[in-house]
Design a protein around this ligand. Structure first.
Ligand code: ATP
Ligand code: MG
Ligand code: MG
Length: 349
């Protein structure tokens, strides 16, 4: 068999590794985190800095394809791997766009995909000008490196603006606040041959900026499903994308859709696919990057997926005793508040 290289050692890499093993692949993890959740289930780990050229060249030589479990791979990393002869999927360009919220929203707009009103801000004066144009309420986010709602400041009214740029501490984007009816995500996949498949739309609830619950079927019209599929298809084709891609949307009261962000990878809102679909998003991603045909995305039941965040995972024994709960724990040593420690999926037939 051949070896799949994964950049990143978190829970997504762990679940990708488990799926890859099922299909007979070896996995090599590249991470800067010692004893990471992914390396503990993988045959080989290269522990290195994402800018360590010698380590990246070693990685590239060991694997037949490189993929990623996180979007913040430095552009230099993907470049170094490509130069060393590695096939990188999805494409470095998709990674680069997805890791900058301003580039990402500009890209959506260029594709004809609706977004919240947005403006780049790199000073307090630019924030004030953007707020005058977009209006409150609004959200100020760092352009780069935010996740789980980190790096965001809510601007409820103009009174919240003074000092906000300094508090953000990095180049940002101001977004108009969308008073959405619900949040949904689409998990899509594209193979090397250009074949595209979609999972059913996921309905997502966040608490404190972090995903807490995903349910299916999403309570949306067929028109919403088609709009999400159309948007995903445009994005996949624009990047000649290979692998799983996720797009998060706000669904407004009038049924219109606003794209929030994309993730060039498997996604937390797709964890239900492990038990709830004929092919999990993790297997699907491995299939796609390895050049296999895509698997069926058919959903087999109604779904509720609950994230176990921080202390939630301490209740593992009670969850394990619940015959309706399929329990997943990521093996993280330290249950910091707000940290994703595991998830539970419940299926209703
Ligand atoms: P993730 O963990 O999904 O990567 P993130 O840190 O990248 O999260 P966002 O997805 O941008 O952050 O925002 C987190 C949540 O905050 C959204 O799912 C949504 O509930 C809310 N939110 C973000 N932007 C807006 C907006 N413009 N209008 C209304 N709500 C928003
Ligand atoms: Mg995000
Ligand atoms: Mg998000």
């Amino acid at each position: 068999g051949s070896t799949i290289g994964i950049l990143g050692g978190g829970q997504l890499g762990r679940m990708l590794s488990i799926a890859a093993a099922q299909l007979g692949f070896d996995v090599c993890i590249f991470t800067d985190e010692p004893d990471s959740p992914a390396s503990r289930v993988s045959a080989k780990t290269i522990l290195g800095n994402y800018l360590d050229h010698a380590a990246l060249v070693d990685f590239a030589r060991r694997v037949s394809v490189v993929t990623t479990e996180f979007e913040n791979v430095p552009a230099e990393t993907a470049e170094a791997l490509t130069t060393a002869g590695a096939r990188v999927a999805p494409s470095p360009r998709a990674l680069a766009v997805a890791q900058d919220r301003f580039d990402e929203k500009s890209f959506f707009a260029a594709m004809g995909i609706a977004t919240p009103a947005f403006a780049a801000v790199s000073s307090q004066a630019e924030l004030d000008a953007a707020l005058a144009q977009i209006g409150a309420p609004a959200i100020l986010k760092t352009r780069r490196l935010g996740y789980d709602g980190r790096g965001q400041i809510r601007i409820r009214s103009a009174a919240d603006a003074p000092g906000a740029y300094e508090k953000l501490g990095a180049p940002g984007i101001l977004e108009g606040f969308c008073a959405f009816e619900r949040e949904v995500s689409i998990i899509a996949v594209r193979g090397w041959d250009g074949a595209v498949a979609f999972y059913d739309l996921c309905e997502n609830e966040h608490a404190g900026g972090i995903l807490s619950r995903t349910t299916l079927p999403a309570r949306v019209s067929d028109a919403v499903v088609s709009a999400a599929r159309d948007a995903a298809t445009k994005v996949l084709e624009a990047f000649d994308y290979v692998g799983v891609l996720t797009i998060e949307f706000f669904v407004m009261a009038d049924g219109s859709m606003v794209a929030n962000e994309m993730a060039p990878r498997v996604h937390n809102s797709g964890h239900w696919t492990i038990e709830g679909a004929l092919t999990s998003q993790f297997e699907q991603h491995v299939r796609a990057v390895a050049g296999w045909s895509l698997g069926p995305t058919t959903r087999v039941a109604a779904i509720e997926m609950l994230n176990l965040i921080g202390d939630d995972a301490n209740a593992w024994a009670a969850l394990a005793a619940d015959p309706d709960a399929r329990v997943h724990l990521y093996g993280k040593r330290n249950a910091r508040a707000g940290r994703k420690m595991g998830h539970v999926t419940k299926l209703k037939f």
